[in-house]
Write a protein that binds this ligand. Structure first.
Ligand SMILES: Cc1cc2nc3c(=O)[nH]c(=O)nc-3n(C[C@H](O)[C@H](O)[C@H](O)COP(=O)(O)O)c2cc1C
Length: 168
């Protein structure tokens, strides 16, 4: 327990701020198409060539199953004007809510994937899952980036400082 507490303290006080990404997915749930958004602080580039991007999703999250079923995901980077919307997506589950209806995010078709992305995002990485690793209580999905879009430079991206959002 002591070790766990110090790890938690380190995560929230030392390894921050984290730049926040919103991952959108589309998959069939009980025969119905479901679009969802999860907020992630744990995400990272993994390789230049091929261009690989990693996301860590808790095993119990609804999005974990959606990404696994869909075999793809979109990493969306957003600006501070969407902090409230991001907070909603990071504190509510898609099991019980439609996050696109509940926020100011708009569904947009991806360029290369059968998955939605967030229209208001500053940048997108469209990824096909090429590997999945169990890492403790999270699953590390490794995505091959098949399309990258940048609407503006990334100096407005939001980050998370442990208990609140702020500018990265
Ligand atoms: C700032 C912030 C960062 C988060 N980072 C992660 C993360 O890296 N991995 C993860 O599994 N959940 C993370 N979460 C929690 C999920 O976003 C949250 O549990 C969400 O409601 C799950 O949605 P879902 O059930 O629709 O998949 C984060 C939440 C916040 C607010």
């Amino acid at each position: 327990m002591e070790v766990y507490d110090s790890v938690k303290a380190a995560l929230h006080n030392v390894c921050r701020p984290w730049q926040v990404a919103l991952v959108s997915t589309s998959s069939k749930v009980m025969g119905k198409e479901k679009d969802n958004i999860i907020v992630l602080a744990w995400h990272t580039p993994l390789s230049h060539e091929p261009f690989l991007y990693g996301i860590a999703i808790g095993k119990t999250r609804f999005s974990c199953q959606l990404v696994r079923d869909a075999g793809c995901f979109v990493v969306n980077f957003i600006g501070p004007e969407h902090e409230k919307d991001a907070w909603f997506c990071g504190t509510h589950s898609g099991r019980t809510s439609d996050k696109f209806s509940a926020t100011r995010f708009t569904r947009e078709d991806s360029e290369r994937l059968d998955s939605v992305r967030i229209k208001e995002a500053i940048a997108h990485l469209e990824c096909e899952v090429v590997a999945e690793h169990e890492v403790g209580d999270h699953i590390l999905f490794v995505g091959k980036v098949v399309h990258a879009g940048l609407k503006e430079q990334g100096d407005r991206l939001i980050s998370f400082g442990g208990d609140r959002f702020g500018k990265a």
